[in-house]
Design a protein around this ligand. Structure first.
Ligand code: RIB
Length: 306
């Protein structure tokens, strides 16, 4: 089975869902609490694995109870955790997440061990396990150091392995052209696409202009997610294709983008076309929004295809 390797973050998420998200200085009483595994990278790995993908992860957690739980949780999903290291010098990443009655969230992350994921960690994963040269698809995000991402992109180019970047959290300073030129696929949401291109993306027509900008800068395939408006898919050979979103009763939008990226990687690894993979990912992401939490909200294959 084609191999997906996710290089990125792992966090423990402390989530409160209540009616509103408090303003500075305000206390809101009457919420529901869950603690579950998160982190954009780990969420993507779990989304892909739960949908049937063959997944390995390169990451750092702390040498603490949260790190042990995170690593065990990934292993329980069938993910190869040989390169998920326990860092003796940092705590596991922690995200404090507030979700309101409209399923919108607000997230604060203490990155901890994620900040120590280094180019040397990626080299070690390659030298010991061939995890880069032996991958069929590499998936990265922006919650770990840029130097590690750039190094991964160089290796992806060297070994000719497709590289998917989910540019979250949104890069306010944009992204370097040397990185964009090495990407096979970029999957921003509206805000991320706006920061990266300088074009304010608010609808399908502005998204189409952003797609064009990204192709000009060397990105081969682009998928811009537009929330309830669905996604715009482009392989650079013609007009972008619009894939509508499924209608759901939203509980929590946290990790919907991660679910999309993980499901997309899984579908592409299976040989689906870009548009077919986007449809599959769109359905998976829609279903993830119907449950509270990050990894615990990722759907199964039966749920997506049922
Ligand atoms: O994308 C959602 C994720 O962002 C959460 O799981 C949290 O850990 C933060 O990394």
């Amino acid at each position: 089975m084609a191999k997906i390797v996710v290089i990125g973050s792992s966090n423990t998420d402390m989530v409160i869902k209540s009616r509103t998200i408090p303003r500075p200085g305000e206390t809101v009483i009457g919420g529901k609490f869950v603690c579950n595994a998160g982190g954009k990278g780990a969420n993507q790995a779990v989304a892909a694995a739960r949908l049937g993908g063959n997944v390995a992860m390169i990451a750092r957690v702390g040498a603490d109870v949260f790190g042990e739980q995170a690593r065990n949780g990934l292993a329980a999903e069938g993910i190869d955790v040989s390169c998920v290291k326990a860092d003796p010098d940092a705590a596991t990443g922690i995200a404090l997440i507030l979700v309101d009655e409209n399923a919108e969230n607000s997230i604060s992350v203490a990155s901890g061990a994620n900040e120590n994921l280094s180019p040397a960690d990626v080299d070690e994963a390659e030298e010991k396990f061939g995890l880069i040269s032996g991958a069929d698809i590499l998936v990265v995000q922006l919650e770990t150091p840029m130097a590690t991402l750039l190094h991964t992109a160089e290796l992806a180019e060297k070994f000719n392995i497709p590289l998917i970047l989910d540019p979250a959290p949104a890069p306010k300073e944009g992204l370097p052209d040397e990185l964009l030129a090495r990407l096979t696929l970029l999957k921003p949401n509206e805000t991320e696409a706006s920061y990266i291109t300088g074009i304010e993306v608010t609808d399908r027509s502005s998204a189409a202009r952003a797609v064009e900008n990204l192709h000009q800068r060397g990105v081969k395939q682009v998928i811009i997610t537009l929330g309830k408006e669905g996604v715009l898919v482009s392989d650079g050979t013609g007009e972008p294709v619009h894939v509508p979103a499924i209608q759901v009763e939203a509980v929590d939008s946290t990790a919907a983008g991660d679910c999309f990226s993980g499901a997309l990687a899984c579908a592409l690894a299976e040989g689906k076309t870009l548009v077919e993979a986007a449809r599959f990912a769109s359905r998976a992401a829609g279903l993830s929004v119907t449950k509270l939490g990050a990894q615990q909200s990722m759907p199964t294959r039966n749920e997506v295809e049922g």
